[in-house]
Write a protein that binds this ligand. Structure first.
Ligand SMILES: Cc1ncc(COP(=O)(O)O)c(C=O)c1O
Length: 402
């Protein structure tokens, strides 16, 4: 190993964790079910965080430093805004204006706030289906109407049909909720697909809420394209949502950004959602996010290599051992959307795997009411745990056939 490799290895640390350690954690993933269940639901990784993030947190802990925070001589949240600006420039080649970055606690909060700011009760909101459940919750609980855009499985991928969508859109449709990369299908959309969406939203004069929380978890050969980076007119109608929480495994630290493509869009948002209603983010979340975006890329590179291996392992094992499960290989995310309709399961696929294999997947029907024969699997774990999960799936499916 040359000296650079040694430093790199020391900086990334060993991120994989074994079951006894994971069971000690107090997070939802490992506390929701009894200890004989392998959890593979919530989008949390079974990994230690990057040393740079841990150090940033320890800095406050060791100094007993929990007062109202300042960073770099200014308001602490601006440190996050500045880190976001630099990261977008470095990773996506996208120029972002710092003054238009709103720092808030989480993406779901930003989704609700944006729906309320840019539409009225009764208005239509387009959402890709299947979808991350809080998208539809935000539409339903604020009295808006869901306009579904189906993600259709082809031989190799999931695609959406905007021509078909034309029939369901009307003058009351106000928002296109885009999730890119998409949860649960793992699609990272191409520039051409995004340009098609842009033409559509321009034609119907829609605001785009673009949830890009999984943007750092894109596998080789694909590159994340922020929707707002497509053109100035895309930016002018787009609220981009992102955070370091998924890719750097710090969702409990609650820190996210909403980026408004123009000052005018930001003012429109604040006319309805006063800035004080958003609240402010805690100092540990701020420091962790800044450390993640500025110092922790070597850790993320290692994690992505591991995730790709785990993805390929799941794909190869399921194809070989349980060909009855249909799926597309995700371009991004550590989630895979499994269609178990051909397994002859009675009841839901979620119940089947929980009862027969003691695995806690995410139930398909949470993402689409008609998908009870689907589950979403989280493969962000170590190889031994993943192997145990795959073995249990194979045994449960074989015993069901007899
Ligand atoms: C697409 C998507 N958006 C938002 C979130 C949650 O973000 P937050 O915890 O910041 O609300 C998740 C979590 O898995 C997600 O997959």
């Amino acid at each position: 190993m040359d000296s650079e490799t040694v430093i790199f290895a020391a900086e990334t640390g060993s991120f994989e964790m074994r079951k006894p350690e994971l069971l000690e954690r107090r997070n939802a993933k490992w506390r929701q079910y009894p200890s004989d269940v392998i959890p593979a639901f919530v989008a949390d990784m079974d990994f230690r965080i990057a040393p740079a993030i841990q150090r940033a947190i320890q800095h406050s802990v060791e100094a007993f430093d929990y007062g109202y925070p300042m960073r770099d001589g200014g308001k602490a949240d601006r440190a996050v805004a500045s880190a976001f600006v630099n990261r977008m420039k470095n990773v996506c080649g996208w120029d972002v204006a710092e003054a238009q970055v709103l720092v808030l606690a989480d993406l779901v909060q930003a989704i609700y706030a944006s729906v309320m700011a840019f539409s009225d009760p009764g208005d239509g909101v387009i959402v890709q289906m299947p979808s991350y459940p809080p998208f539809r919750d935000a539409i339903a609980t604020t009295g808006r109407t869901c306009v579904p855009l189906t993600m259709q499985a082809t031989d190799r991928s999931y695609v959406f049909d905007l021509e078909a969508l034309e029939a369901t859109v009307d003058a009351n449709t106000k928002i296109f909720m885009l999730c890119n990369p998409q949860n649960p299908t793992g699609r990272a959309f191409t520039r051409d697909e995004l340009l098609e969406v842009l033409a559509f939203v321009e034609k119907h004069d829609l605001i785009v809420i673009s949830d890009e929380i999984h943007s750092d978890l894109v596998y080789h050969g694909t590159r994340h394209i922020p929707f707002a980076s497509l053109s100035p007119s895309a930016a002018a109608r787009t609220v981009t949502l992102n955070s370091a929480t998924k890719s750097f495994n710090i969702p409990g630290l609650r820190c996210a950004v909403a980026y408004f493509g123009t000052e005018e869009l930001m003012q429109r948002f604040h006319k309805r959602i006063p800035v004080r209603l958003i609240g402010s983010v805690n100092s540990i979340g701020i420091d962790a996010t800044v450390a993640a975006w500025t110092e922790a890329q070597p850790w993320l590179d290692e994690v992505l290599n591991h995730l790709k291996e785990m993805r390929d392992h799941v794909v190869a094992t399921l194809r070989r051992e349980i060909p009855g499960i249909r799926f597309q290989v995700p371009d991004a995310t550590y989630l895979i959307w499994l269609d178990c309709s051909d397994l002859g399961i009675e009841g839901s696929a979620f119940d089947f795997f929980l009862e027969r294999a003691r695995i806690g997947f995410s139930p398909g029907e949470a993402f689409h009411p008609e998908c009870e024969k689907f589950v979403r699997m989280n493969f962000a774990t170590s190889k031994p745990i993943l192997d145990e999960m795959l073995d249990r799936m194979i045994t449960a499916v074989r015993s069901n056939r007899r």
